[in-house]
Write a protein that binds this ligand. Structure first.
Ligand code: 3SL
Length: 250
């Protein structure tokens, strides 16, 4: 069954929605640069799960309560790896050698905050361009309202997140959005449609791309612009994100 596309909507940053608005809905979190791209990559490379946290205090509390041989403390603040952490937030760091079999405690400036703010949702999916198709396939069988959250940057819109949201909307409606669609879905669809032939170069020139280039992370921009390279379906359940495809195969 296809979802009710007239109920599909997009929130443009973590600050543009209230917890109450997503209660019992299906939520899709996007943070193309770079948190959700990193989560998808880590799971594709065999991480057992990712625990998203809201701040450093929570990260260290959780890390003290789990066997340290099995876990890695990961994340960034303002784009820079946090001192004392095992890994930062470049998806290219999350190789099979480093993350295979590990549980990651993950703390980022916007992406993990968007996830944490969505905890009252019925289902939470983690999307990047890498796993666009598995996300769209999963959404096709959702009955309740679907809300796509663009993590953005400190309350501001990030164009790369809006493009991914628009790409999801576009695929769900087969490129034919009906006039009854919600305004948020309409904006995302329209911006994606405008730039769809040129996604990589648009992403390379976004505000957050400029920040990451300044920090020496240009390679991440190319990596995070790649579409449908991973068949991962990350879902948050009981505080931990795992790959539903892996769980179903067990
Ligand atoms: O804000 C976040 O969650 C991060 O993805 C930001 S950064 O790309 O690591 O700067």
């Amino acid at each position: 069954m296809n979802p009710n596309l007239n109920q599909l909507d997009v929130f443009f940053s973590v600050q543009t929605f209230q917890e109450e608005q997503i209660r019992d809905k299906t939520v899709v979190i996007t943070d193309v640069l770079r948190a959700t791209s990193t989560i998808v990559t880590a799971l594709a490379n065999g991480a057992r799960g990712v625990i998203p946290v809201g701040d450093m205090g929570e990260a260290s509390r959780i890390s003290q309560s789990i066997d340290s041989d099995e876990t890695l403390l990961c994340g960034e603040k303002d784009g820079v790896k946090i001192e004392g952490y095992d890994l930062g937030n470049s998806p290219l760091e999350y190789t099979r050698e480093k993350v295979g079999g590990k549980t990651l405690i993950f703390n980022t400036t916007n992406g993990t905050k968007a996830i944490r703010k969505s905890l009252s949702a019925k289902s939470i999916y983690i999307a990047s361009f890498h796993n666009l198709n598995p996300i769209v396939e999963a959404l096709k069988s959702v009955d309740e309202e679907i809300l796509i959250v663009c993590s953005g940057w400190k309350g501001r819109l990030s164009l790369e997140d809006l493009l991914l949201a628009g790409n999801i909307v576009y695929k769900l409606c087969d490129g034919d959005l009906q006039p009854e669609a919600r305004d948020g879905a309409n904006v995302a669809f329209t911006i994606y449609d405008r730039y769809k032939e040129d996604l990589e170069s648009v992403i390379l020139n976004t505000n957050h791309a400029a920040r990451l280039k300044e920090l020496g992370n240009e390679e991440d921009l190319y990596y995070c612009s790649k579409i449908n390279t991973l068949n991962t379906l990350p879902v948050l359940e009981d505080g931990i994100i795992t790959d539903r495809h892996v769980e179903e195969a067990k």
